[in-house]
Design a binder for this molecule. Structure first.
Ligand code: SAH
Length: 211
């Protein structure tokens, strides 16, 4: 079996570079972050394969390529503040922490949020805060954000999140019904959201908490 560092290098070359991911900061971050630390123990050997994996509570860690696409679209600068909705395993959170100055992340499942917090702390990410709550409401206290990354599928663009985006700012979010969505890239310019439609994707749903 390949050692995990070699597997990660291969992931970056064959799944990311070979498919057109070219942003050196994104590629470097994906080379650095140990994805295997974010998956359940019995999936470690599969951590660098080209697909999502179950992480508990019926949720999944996204396919590496999709994470890279979303990160590349945001073009993060090292001094920026980012909001992530759907922490899940915390893998994308770690990548955001490598690329930006400060990351706020919201997860609705308590157990996932707790586990992500533990892994992120163990890996030494001090510029990350994980909140348990309903991400559709965003995080008013931290707004406005230079960039927002949503990694659960919204039926429509959530207006509350748009309102928390800095002007200018960028957001990437899968939008559509549960079985198939399209990534939407939003650039806020002069108070207007400019929307471009990107790849077709399949994410778990963004579930607003009741009440
Ligand atoms: N980036 C994560 C993806 C996790 S899947 C990773 O790579 O591990 C999407 C996550 O969104 C799930 O953990 C799910 O529980 C969470 N989620 C769904 N609806 C949410 C909501 N309203 N607020 C916050 N998190 C939500």
């Amino acid at each position: 079996m390949l050692d995990l560092t070699t597997a990660r290098q291969l992931m970056v070359d064959s799944q990311l570079r070979a498919r057109g991911i070219s942003d050196p900061r994104v590629l470097d971050a994906m080379l650095r972050v140990p994805r295997h630390e974010f998956v359940p123990h019995h999936y470690r050997a599969q951590a660098y394969e080209d697909h999502p994996l179950p992480i508990g509570d019926g949720q999944t860690i996204s396919q590496p390529y999709i994470v890279a696409l979303m990160l590349e679209s945001l073009q993060l600068a090292p001094d920026e503040v980012v909001l992530e909705i759907g922490t899940g395993s915390g893998y994308a959170t770690a990548l955001l922490a490598e690329l930006a100055a400060q990351v706020f992340s919201i997860e609705r499942h308590d157990a996932l949020a707790a586990s992500a917090r533990n892994v992120l702390a163990a890996l030494g990410y001090a510029n990350v805060q994980v909140f348990t709550g309903d991400g559709t409401l965003g995080l008013r206290a931290g707004a406005p954000f230079d960039a927002i990354l949503v990694s659960a599928a919204a039926p429509d663009l959530p207006p509350t999140l748009l309102a928390q985006l800095r002007d200018p700012g960028r957001m990437i979010i899968p939008v559509g019904p549960p079985d198939s969505q399209q990534l939407q890239f939003i650039r806020m310019v002069n108070g207007q959201p400019l929307i471009s439609l990107r790849e077709l994707v399949r994410f778990v749903p963004l579930v607003p908490n009741p009440g």
